[in-house]
Structure formats: structure tokens, C-alpha cells
Design a binder for this molecule. Structure first.
Ligand code: S3P
Length: 176
């Protein structure tokens, strides 16, 4: 039986904060399908995110990302969607997501992000090739710019001490 009527749940947060894993876990608790925006972009274009950055540049990627988000929402009404770390920060995407459903920010401090990102840095074009110090500085700097967007989410979850049961309850309560 469906546990939730909310139109859609958007997971927001920096690269490496665990949005995709959380999307699958939440989706199974809430009886919703889970999706990943990067994966949708890769499927629709037939190119990897790294190749898209290389062949078209970041600006074109941001345009594509925002258009893909909007067309996904136009076609789906019940979902948990893991967005990309930059998704809320370009065009009107944060407002769009807040108007279209429930936004949940998965918050994680830069040092924790650093250790999670050093394992799979190379699939992420913005951070590929950076050494540890450069990467930490980059994360801290980007977080300062991005967090004002992330903090406009309707719910904020502590990614370091994530309590899935509690978050599920918060979502259900919010959606009632
Ligand atoms: C990006 C995050 C990535 C991906 C792209 C750019 C960003 O998604 O969209 O590499 O700007 O933070 P994840 O947050 O899923 O790694």
C-alpha cells in the first residue's frame, strides 16, 4: 500500500553526501520508485557526465541538467530523486523543486565529504585530479557558495548520523 501521497521527494546535497544510496533506502521505505538525475542524463544522452563536461563544457551541462530535471518532473509524480550536487544552484532549480515537492538536504561537513570523495574522485569532473589539500579547499569554498541554496530545502537531515527511521517519519509527517 502507498504510504505517501506527496508528489515527489528531491534529495539535495554535495557530491559524496550519499544522496543516491539514501534515495534507494527511502524509496523502499516509502513505496516509491527511486531515480538519480545524473543517471537519467547519462541514459538520455548516451554519454557519461565526465564526457558531457569535456565535450560541451559546464555551462551546457547545467542547462541540460536543469532541463532534464524539469522534463522528469513533468513525466513523473511519485518518486525519490537524487539530484546532482550542483543541481539546486543553477537556473531556478531550487525554487522549481520546492514548488514541485519535498526537498530534503543531506547535510555533511567538508572533512567527511573529503574522505568519502577521495575514493571515487575520477568519475566527477569538477574534482578529478585534485590532491587532498586542494580537494578540501575546493569543497570548503564551494560549500560556502552552495549551502545557501541547499539550506532552502524544506527538511534537513544529518548525513553523518543519519537515522533512516526518523527521517522517514519526518517525511511522512511533512506530507500529511
Ligand atoms: C556535480 C555533482 C555530480 C554531477 C556533476 C557535477 C556538482 O553529481 O552532477 O559531476 O556540481 O556538484 P553527484 O552530486 O551525484 O556526485
Amino acid at each position: 500500500m502507498d504510504r505517501i501521497n506527496n508528489s515527489g521527494i528531491f534529495l539535495i546535497g554535495y557530491m559524496g553526501s550519499g544522496k543516491s544510496t539514501l534515495a534507494s533506502k527511502l524509496a523502499s521505505r516509502l513505496d516509491l520508485p527511486s531515480f538519480d538525475l545524473d543517471q537519467i542524463i547519462e541514459e538520455e544522452t548516451g554519454e557519461t557526465i565526465s564526457d558531457l563536461f569535456k565535450s560541451h563544457g559546464e555551462e551546457q551541462f547545467r542547462k541540460l541538467e536543469s532541463e532534464t530535471l524539469k522534463s522528469f518532473v513533468a513525466k513523473n509524480d511519485r518518486f525519490v530523486l537524487a539530484t546532482g550536487g550542483g543541481t539546486p544552484c543553477y537556473y531556478d532549480s531550487m525554487d522549481f523543486m520546492n514548488d514541485s515537492g519535498l526537498t530534503v538536504y543531506l547535510n555533511m561537513p567538508p572533512k567527511a565529504l573529503l574522505s568519502r570523495l577521495t575514493h571515487n574522485q575520477n568519475t566527477r569532473p569538477l574534482i578529478a585530479g585534485k590532491d587532498r589539500d586542494e580537494l578540501l579547499r575546493f569543497i570548503e569554498e564551494q560549500m560556502r557558495k552552495r549551502e545557501p541554496y541547499y539550506l532552502r530545502s524544506k527538511l534537513i537531515a544529518d548525513g553523518l548520523n543519519l537515522n533512516l527511521k526518523q527521517l522517514t517519519e519526518m517525511i511522512l509527517n511533512y506530507s500529511r
